[in-house]
Design a protein around this ligand. Structure first.
Ligand code: CP
Ligand code: NVA
Length: 315
């Protein structure tokens, strides 16, 4: 066998649907192990085994970010690696350099590239041209790193995810798409309520259902939330959405308020990937109330991404 034939394929993390349930469970196990091992440690302390010592991750942002930016930075440092944070407007990418040339150059300097961008096709092109792992830090079509943190949080809150009923109320956006892909891999039931015209990606729905996911789509938020173990909301206007006024009108009936939460099980949790808009997709009473686990989700971004980084960049 030639030396080239022995090079393992590059491990990209682009969509939940690209990975098998076994791979995703392995990533989750890595996240849990690292989280448990760090209990009580200062946040800046490096894990003693430094598994990503000598590794540099580029973080490329074409949209704003608080959680993704800082949680990847913290995760890399805690694993012994380093990051370089690149706002696309400050790169030649922002002046028209191609994504392919950017991929090849960054592959020469770094051990991995996380990118937050608009079209999924741009991320796919980056992955196709890069010789290092590429991680999806959010596109218009999905947010798989957030989904991993959400599944970790749900496991901790509910003792497992398989068989849990998750209700989504709102825009059928990138986050909804990742919840849909996750249903096929993690075995939770998903009940989506979205207004007509703002349904999730039909191709992603069809694929998840073909993969055995238990998913229903309605335009009735009460029907979706009835008896759910977890209620999920996200912003009505995602980064890059132009039609804000129309969206507010269409989505107002989908606000998660106390009355809607009351239709879920008594011990249901409320989830939101943040940033949130109190008084729009969720009332302050719900997001700041006892059922909300939104800050546990945010904290779990660090741990879940460690699982992803170890799978992509580790041995
Ligand atoms: N949830 C999330 O991805 O947050 P940021 O946009 O702040 O990264
Ligand atoms: N759907 C939101 C998620 C933000 C983390 C957006 O894309 O803006």
């Amino acid at each position: 066998m030639s030396a080239a034939g022995m090079i393992p394929p590059v491990r990209h993390f682009l969509n939940i649907a690209d990975l098998s349930a076994d791979v995703l469970q392995g990533i989750m196990q890595g996240a849990r192990t690292r989280k448990d091992a760090r209990a009580g440690w200062p946040k800046g302390k490096v894990d003693e085994d430094r598994p990503l010592d000598g590794h540099l991750l580029a973080l490329v942002f074409e949209k704003p970010s608080t959680r993704t930016r800082v949680s990847f930075d913290a995760a890399m440092r805690q694993l012994g690696g380093q990051t370089t944070i690149l706002n696309a407007g400050e790169l030649q990418l922002g002046r028209g350099e191609t994504i392919g040339d950017t991929a090849k150059v960054l592959s020469a300097y770094t051990d991995g590239i996380m990118m937050r961008t608009f079209e999924q096709a741009k991320l796919d092109e980056l992955a196709a041209q890069a010789s290092v792992p590429v991680i999806n830090g959010l596109t218009d079509s999905g947010h798989p790193c957030q989904l991993m943190a959400d599944v970790l949080t749900l496991e901790e809150q509910r003792g497992g995810v398989a068989g849990q009923t998750i209700a989504w109320s709102g825009d059928g956006n990138n986050m909804a798409n990742s919840w849909i892909e996750g249903a096929a891999r993690f075995g939770y039931r998903l009940r989506l309520a979205c207004p007509q015209g703002l349904e999730p990606d039909a191709r992603i729905m069809r694929q998840a259902q073909a993969d055995g996911a238990d998913i229903t789509l309605t335009d009735d938020p009460q029907a979706a939330v009835e008896g759910a173990d977890c209620v999920v909301a996200d912003t009505w206007v995602s980064m890059g959405d132009a039609d804000a006024a129309d969206r507010h009108n269409l989505l107002r009936p989908y606000q998660v308020d106390k009355a809607l939460m009351a239709l879920a099980t008594r011990d249901a949790v409320f989830m939101h990937c943040l940033p949130a808009h109190r008084g729009e997709e969720v009332t302050a009473e719900v997001i700041d109330g006892p059922q909300s686990v939104v800050f546990a989700q945010a904290a779990n971004r660090v741990h879940a991404q460690k699982g992803v980084l170890l799978w992509c960049l580790g041995q």
